[in-house]
Design a protein around this ligand. Structure first.
Ligand code: A3P
Length: 318
């Protein structure tokens, strides 16, 4: 690292020491930073990303609450934006996980405490982050870059996250029970939570700046993906031509990025990400309503009631 980078790294080190912490479900730590619970493996990168990232007007920033459809949104955006560069039969997604094609930004920034050479990314650069709207780097908010956000019903998100962390946890550590994890999310404690603050932050921002922030729901995409592929392309400034529409390009992209197609690719079945995580953990069931197989009605009613209180008056419902 350069001297400036060393200073920042030290400053972050000290800042982190004074943050409140909680233990996450997988035994790792969460830091309470700027009102959200930041996983320990993201904290340095998050702060460094906030301080150093310089957005360009052509950038596309994919934002999401974890386990809400990030993988899907990455595949869709990459395919739509690069459709003149790669035909579907030659798509890099056939051999590379969406997460390695578009890595989570705050992780890149944490690597060796050095500013990564993001300038080398092809235009438009596509980045992804789970950071809440209020904590995004200033240059993202102030530039003309576009933000796409995706959220998901918190009950299904919880079940998805529960399975995900079970897969990722160190095998030597005792997993916490579903009941304990549920108790924590009812108190807003999970990576990048509280979920209600996260969603409301992006919801309000997209209402204020609809041309800058596109707000999506996982469930809506499941019901009508072709409509949203078109909407994404329009929003990102690369609409489908009449000629493309007549060739069913929209439908083909939807099918290519579908859960069933992505899940069966060798890279997503038996591969590992650059950081070692098994790619198959990002493709579990891909269904709406799976929480009913795990949570009893009093649990789901409890969380629904909390959400009603927290979101009340905003006009937003899941
Ligand atoms: P389940 O665990 O309910 O199956 P994220 O990508 O934000 O980590 O979210 C992961 C969730 O999205 C998982 O949900 C996963 O199966 C689902 N998913 C991944 N790719 C998908 C796709 N192409 N279409 C629909 N859902 C997808």
């Amino acid at each position: 690292p350069t001297p400036g980078e060393e200073d920042l790294s030290k400053e972050i080190e000290e800042l982190v020491l004074n943050l409140p912490t909680e233990k996450n479900w997988d035994g790792s730590y969460l830091y309470q930073y700027q009102g959200f619970w930041c996983p320990s493996r993201h904290i340095h990168g998050t702060i460094s990303f906030q301080r150093r990232f310089q957005a360009q007007d052509t950038d596309i920033i994919l934002t999401s609450f974890p386990k809400s459809g990030t993988t899907w949104l990455k595949a869709l955006t990459f395919t739509i934006v690069n459709r003149f560069r790669y035909e579907l039969k030659d798509s890099p997604l056939l051999t590379t996980s969406p997460h390695d094609l578009l890595p989570v930004n705050q992780i890149q920034h944490s690597t060796h405490n050095q500013t990564p050479t993001l300038e080398e990314f092809p235009t438009p650069r596509i980045f992804a982050t789970h950071i809440p709207y209020a904590s995004l780097p200033v240059s993202i908010v102030n530039s003309n870059c576009r933000i796409v956000y995706i959220c998901r019903n918190p009950l299904d998100q919880f079940i998805s996250n529960w399975h995900f962390l079970l897969e990722l946890r160190e095998q030597t550590k005792e997993p916490i029970s579903l009941d304990e994890a549920f108790e924590m999310i009812c108190n807003g404690i999970q990576a990048f939570g509280p979920i209600w603050d996260h969603v409301l932050g992006y919801w309000k921002a997209s209402a204020e700046k609809p041309h800058k922030i596109l707000f999506l729901k996982y469930e809506d995409l499941k019901v009508g993906i072709n409509f949203y592929v078109k909407k994404l392309a329009d929003f990102l400034g690369c609409p489908f031509s009449k000629e493309e529409e007549s060739r069913n390009v929209i439908e083909e992209i939807s099918k290519f990025c579908s859960f069933d197609n992505m899940k069966k690719l060798e890279v997503n079945k038996n591969g590992r990400l650059n950081d070692g995580i098994k790619t198959k953990v990002f493709f579990r069931k891909g269904l709406v309503g799976d929480h009913t197989n795990y949570l009893n009605s009093s649990m789901s009613e409890r969380l629904d009631k909390i959400l009603e209180e927290k979101l009340g008056g905003s006009g937003f419902t899941f």
